[in-house]
Design a protein around this ligand. Structure first.
Ligand code: LLP
Length: 441
């Protein structure tokens, strides 16, 4: 296994994360358990912020895309690191506010924001709202008027960049539920429409070309198209956009098929974007815009490890070996949704050679409940602690109570200390909102 400062194999041959022995964590907190490495999250926030400051004079803001992992503690960490947040629902907004996150450093997204969510965002004083639809713009304008305010907005533009990533997580093709396309002129039309609204102030544009993308050229191309569009709008309408949000999507390491960056190396994605923006600002005689980026996965993904206990081990001769764990698609639905690949190891036997290829299955009542397929492990036995790496993004945030399994708790580790940031659910929590109407009593 490749190791890093806060994720390594210790002298006992156990996996260690944030200075905590994973086997001891499993004993203390039980499994399944999400473990998040605070130092890694902070290092990622810092590197993006530092890069923006050094390469772009700090004329911008890093927004943590909190859909990747949302809970009070992570907003607190992001706020302490001086970055902003991207929120996409009333629930994320509520959690961020509850953590004391400054509303003016938040950006609200969504292709179908509810009237209630727009009201909540206006009342909280959210800095930017990214508009995705005409009716939404009308609604927002009216709600802002009622409150006697003028809300800053961006328009979500679909630059039509095809990024090489999993089909289901591409969001910026022309066929997309998100945004206004450049190609068919709808982005231009909504610009003119937005400029006519009195209670919103159009600041600029947003795009997001997809997720888990490694090709820096795709990001550069999107930046180029957005800058060209800004120049075009200036020439046609006189509107000089001053803000450009280029979204997130930077690819991270899941298996050795992926590049593995150090936090410092992640800066290269942002450097590519910045250099393209600067180049095009010159070429199109535009003022360099206030630049926003929205990395989610790359801030928290590699910070996370999920620990499970091995239960049934079933070998089907000539077919495959299943290693079943006490979690499954209720804590990590990404294999079921995207056939996502992961690296797994036995945390209690991490130094042993991994010479069996197995499929890690969950405990849900369906065949597609796989945590990861074709992973290399030493011969696993009941009671071993299995660790799946790079589970910090889109695992806890997409967890469910399927089969009435409890969503596992999350612990934050740092320098050998571990504390809950999300407590375990009890059976009582699972039935908390169930109600028996009178005739069923
Ligand atoms: N900004 C916008 C507008 C987005 O839609 C997203 C992700 C991000 C930023 C953050 O992208 P990131 O840096 O995390 O790639 N559930 C899927 C990923 C869906 C991504 C949705 N939008 C998965 O598990 O792979």
């Amino acid at each position: 296994m490749n190791t890093r400062e806060t994720l390594r194999i210790n002298g006992e041959g156990h996996l260690e994360i944030g200075g905590c022995d994973a086997v001891a964590l499993a004993e203390r907190f039980s499994t399944p358990l999400y473990v998040m490495d605070e130092q890694y999250i902070r290092a990622m926030c810092r590197i993006y912020r530092k890069t923006l400051s050094e390469e772009y004079g700090g004329n911008g803001l890093v927004l943590y895309a909190s859909k990747a992992f949302s809970c009070l503690a992570v907003y607190k960490i992001a706020a302490q690191e001086g970055i902003g947040a991207d929120v996409v629902s009333g629930g994320e907004l509520y959690t961020a506010l509850k953590a004391g996150f400054p509303a003016d450093k938040m950006c609200l997204h969504g292709n179908n924001k509810l009237p209630r969510e727009l009201k909540e965002a206006l009342d909280a004083g959210v800095g930017l709202i990214v508009v995705d639809d005409y009716a939404e713009l009308d609604m927002l304008d009216a709600l802002a008027a009622e409150r006697g305010m003028r809300q800053d907005i961006l328009l979500r533009v679909n630059p039509g960049v095809e990024a090489h990533t999993h089909h289901f997580i591409q969001t910026a093709k022309t066929d997309s539920k998100f945004g206004f396309a450049l190609a068919d002129g709808t982005a231009e039309k909504i610009t003119c429409y937005a400029l006519g609204k009195k209670n919103v102030r159009l600041r600029g544009y947003h795009c997001h070309i997809g997720s888990q993308i490694f090709e820096k050229q795709s990001f550069a191309l999107a930046a180029d198209k957005m800058m060209a569009f800004m120049a075009d709008m200036r020439d046609k309408t006189g509107f000089a956009a001053d803000t450009l949000n280029l979204g997130g999507g930077f690819g991270i390491w899941y298996t050795d098929e992926d590049v593995r960056f150090t936090p410092e190396e992640y800066a290269s994605y942002l450097k590519t974007l910045i250099s393209e923006v600067k180049k095009k600002a010159k070429a199109y005689a535009l003022k360099e815009p206030f630049l926003l980026i929205e990395p989610g996965r790359s801030i928290v993904g590699e910070a996370g490890v999920t620990l499970y206990t091995v239960g049934a081990v079933k070998e089907i001769p000539g077919v495959k070996k299943y290693v079943a764990v006490d979690g499954g698609m209720f804590d990590n639905p990404r294999y079921a949704l995207y056939q996502a690949k992961y690296t797994a190891l036995l945390a209690n036997r991490a130094a042993e050679s991994a010479d069996e290829t197995v499929t890690v299955a969950g405990k849900c009542c369906e065949s597609g409940d796989i945590v990861c397929a074709d992973v290399k492990l030493p011969a696993a036995r009941r009671g071993d602690i299995l660790a799946v790496l790079s589970t910090g993004a889109y695992n806890y945030s997409m967890a469910s109570n399927y089969n009435r399994n409890a969503v596992p708790p999350v612990v934050l580790v740092k320098e050998g200390r571990a504390e809950y940031i999300v407590r375990p659910q009890t059976y009582e929590d699972i039935v908390r909102n169930d109600v028996l109407p009178d005739d069923l009593q």
